[in-house]
Ligand binder design. Structure first.
Ligand code: SF4
Length: 360
């Protein structure tokens, strides 16, 4: 099934769709993506329990609310027992995967993560996705050997100058004394994607839509990269400014720059489905945040086949504020199993069975 529909889009076509404003024409894009989704991955929506294991982070990404420079949030790190308990709960809800996500927190040591992965694997049938930032290849190897199945590392933008502007290197944090140990990883994020793939993980990546300074042309390049990287999972979310960051209040204006709205995000989801037909593509929490009522549903109707309900204990969830007013933060019922099932029923889709590997 792999790539049965890919190769149909060149850059000019992708760009034209990104710039398209005609509602009737866009209906045909939504239909196209939905048909590809139905033919390749079917009507199952895979549920991945999202566990935000730590909000410590060594990095200073200029858009992110848990960047190390933000002193206004309380920091936490879940215990191994809390994580294993939450994973058991995810399994009891019928979810096929648990996603362990956190800041780039070197307090989550190699051995500690390895042990947590082993324990979850011993106690459940869950697939494990790790999303712990740019870690060292040796660590990634040990976690893979311990049983981790997938790794998520969004490249955010393929425009290197824009990437560098919003992701100061770790060594800047080291020089400022903000990171106490660990030499900076001298394998770039881009190179790490290959490392992850070569270690046998299913590879997830993706982009942010509407980063201040992001051009339509570079976003078209990003979408073509989804195909070139042969991604197994593609996460797409709109830029949402956080008040405690250097990009607080930043908004793109001007015809060359990408708007951070629901429609543009859905266009990227739809085009991602067309260039990577059998990938797993979530209707992201960020999409559900910019449109609390319809965001996830629109994502699922326009190419997505995954939801990641937040299963982080409520006492920690408030503090994992990568952007403000996150869905499932102030109204936690949004992510409860019954609410998710209601959404799937409304759109005639069914919960996924099993771990939901690529193409499944
Ligand atoms: S985006 Fe990730 S690496 Fe960057 S500051 Fe936020 S949690 Fe840390």
């Amino acid at each position: 099934m792999a790539n049965a529909f890919s190769g149909q889009l060149d850059k000019a076509t992708v760009l034209a769709w990104l710039l398209e404003k005609d509602a009737a024409k866009l209906q045909s894009l939504w239909r196209w993506a939905d048909e590809v989704r139905a033919k390749t991955v079917g009507d199952q929506v895979h549920l991945r329990g999202l566990l935000e294991v730590s909000n410590y982070c060594a990095r200073q990404c200029s858009y992110c609310g848990i960047r190390t420079g933000n002193k206004s949030i309380a920091r936490y790190r879940m215990t191994a027992d809390e994580i294993v308990q939450a994973a058991r709960q995810a399994a009891s809800f019928g979810y096929g995967t648990v996603v362990l996500q956190g800041g780039e927190d070197f307090g989550l040591t190699t051995a500690w993560v390895e042990d947590v992965v082993r324990r979850i694997k011993a106690e459940t049938d869950l697939a494990i996705t790790l999303s712990l930032g740019e870690r060292f290849p040796k660590e990634l190897e040990r976690w893979r050997k311990a049983g981790a199945d997938r790794y998520l590392l969004r490249f955010e933008t393929s425009d290197q100058r824009l990437f560098d502007r919003i992701h100061p290197p770790l060594k800047a944090a080291l020089a400022a004394g903000q990171v106490e140990s660990n030499a900076p990883n001298n394998v770039s994020r881009w190179e790490l994607l290959t490392v992850i793939r070569d270690l046998g993980y299913e590879l997830g990546s993706g982009v942010m839509v509407g980063i201040p300074g992001q051009t339509w042309e570079s976003l078209a390049d990003d979408i073509l990269w989804f195909g070139k990287l042969d991604l197994d999972m593609i996460g797409v979310g709109p830029f949402i400014p956080h008040p405690e960051t250097p990009l607080a209040g930043a908004v793109n204006s001007g015809p060359d720059l990408v708007t951070a709205d629901v429609e543009t995000t859905c266009k990227v989801v739809a085009l991602a489905r067309i260039v990577r037909p059998d990938a797993n593509i979530p209707a992201t929490t960020a999409l559900g945040t910019v449109d609390r009522v319809n965001g996830r549903e629109l994502g699922l109707r326009r190419g997505a086949n995954v939801i990641m309900p937040n299963i982080t204990p409520l006492k920690y969830r408030q503090a994992y504020e990568i952007y403000p007013d996150k869905a499932a933060l102030n109204a936690p019922t949004e992510d409860e199993p019954d609410t998710v099932m209601e959404l799937l029923n409304q759109i005639d889709r069914v919960p996924g069975v099993g771990q939901g590997k690529r193409g499944g």
